[in-house]
Design a protein around this ligand. Structure first.
Ligand SMILES: [Zn+2]
Length: 143
């Protein structure tokens, strides 16, 4: 039977951090780096689903239920939500929107999600990731 032993030291505790972002592999590795190296979030729970935090403004019950569970069980105190440019989920769900309108929709959705966390007295920050000259950039989205 194949066995693998991780190099990562086991820590039986929760940091109270949660990051929610899209599963798109083109952005996933850069996003993990962004969390660690820029936001200095060493450890965090992850909710990685197509469309990232889009399920919050869309009120998708199944995912909202899991999120609520996480927030309670792991005593989440800080949430980072990230949307990204050229997101297949948004393109699929809003076929008639131009790329610029899609970006605006994503921005509105991030702000709606931020408000939802703020209403629960959970610290939240939102970012939009995009590619510039072949490099992935993260920009904070604020009201
Ligand atoms: Zn995506």
């Amino acid at each position: 039977m194949e066995r693998f032993k991780s190099w990562v030291a086991w820590r039986d505790e929760f940091s109270g951090n949660l990051a929610i972002f899209c599963s798109d592999e083109r952005f996933a590795a850069a996003t993990l780096e962004f969390l660690r190296r820029h936001l200095e979030i060493d450890r965090c729970d992850l909710m990685v689903v197509a469309g990232g935090p889009a399920f919050i403004p869309q009120n998708e019950t199944a995912l909202i239920e899991r999120l609520e569970l996480l927030l309670k069980a792991h005593e989440i105190k800080q949430v980072i939500i990230i949307a990204h440019d050229d997101c297949g989920y948004y393109k699929h769900h809003h076929k008639r929107l131009s790329p610029q309108m899609l970006k605006e929709k994503q921005r509105d959705d991030l702000l709606t999600a931020l408000k939802a966390f703020q209403a629960k007295v959970i610290r939240a920050r939102a970012f939009f990731a995009f590619v510039e000259n072949g490099e992935v950039i993260f920009e904070e989205i604020k009201e």
